[in-house]
Design a protein around this ligand. Sequence first.
Ligand SMILES: NC(=O)C1=CN([C@@H]2O[C@H](COP(=O)(O)OP(=O)(O)OC[C@H]3O[C@@H](n4cnc5c(N)ncnc54)[C@H](O)[C@@H]3O)[C@@H](O)[C@H]2O)C=CC1
Ligand SMILES: O=C(O)[C@@H]1CCC=N1
Length: 275
Amino acid sequence: MQVSEIAARGIALLGCGKMGSAMLAGWLDRGVSPEAVWVIDPNPTDWLRQTGVHINAPLPEAGADAPGIVLIAVKPQMMGEALPQLQQLGNGETLFISVAAGTSIATYESLLGANTPIVRAMPNTPAAVGRGITAIIGNACASADDVTRAETLLQAIGQTVRLEAEAQMDAVTGVSGSGPAYVFHLIETLAAAGEAEGLPTDLAMQLAKATVAGAGALAEAAEETPAELRVNVTSPNGTTQAALEVLMDADNGFPPLLRRAVAAASHRSKELSRG
Ligand SMILES: NC(=O)C1=CN([C@@H]2O[C@H](COP(=O)(O)OP(=O)(O)OC[C@H]3O[C@@H](n4cnc5c(N)ncnc54)[C@H](O)[C@@H]3O)[C@@H](O)[C@H]2O)C=CC1
Ligand SMILES: O=C(O)[C@@H]1CCC=N1
């Protein structure tokens, strides 16, 4: 199934910030007609205005002309204000897809009606360059076709994976949803450490960015596991071993630090779902 076929019945996009605009850009690149997209956002950007999509125009009414898909990409805190205008499309043919962190399927069912097909998704910001990864799960009303349509739409911004249970979404959010921020912080701190060792600021940042991007690309392309790739860099008694003795320390190294960071993100995701 092509994205343009899925969009033929119309897509309403609620919220067109970082995530919404990455998805919209991916769909338009894949041949979706701007005429098929209705964006609702009180702060349309210049980029959005020049796409030719409908902006804050009245949505086609519920029934035969209703959009086939509503994609919700507002902040969880804005949901109470933003969602009521779409309630009339609940309990019908329209498939709702949400990328909001910590907003549970049960919350949408209570707002839109228990007979509403809903797919909950968790993308990440490398979506902006088509390199995101999005985990998805449908509710009991979502048919196999609904989940496939959601998956195809989200593949416009990168890979997708299907979850077995909604409960996995909190851990997914802690690993891949928030994960790009951990990697960006790794780049910042690697560059700062290079500067502390005497490198000029720009050179240290260039080295740190290229190292993280190159290692990421190698980890994805190589047949070896990340652990094997790590061993390949590490000469006995060499420089890498000296660094890894610090980083792999069981009490103060990466393992307990990342364990705590991912647990904190997952915990916050659970708190958000409780409202
Ligand atoms: N940024 C990230 O790394 C990720 C974000 N998400 C989720 O994606 C959703 C959107 O996040 P971002 O795009 O980062 O936020 P953002 O702040 O860039 O975009 C939110 C958009 O919603 C619009 N908005 C505010 N009130 C509205 C209303 N009443 N009706 C319609 N639109 C309204 C804002 O004008 C803004 O353009 C959030 O729910 C977040 O949890 C999910 C995964 C990763
Ligand atoms: O920080 C957040 O809550 C969102 C969800 C995942 C990434 N950003």
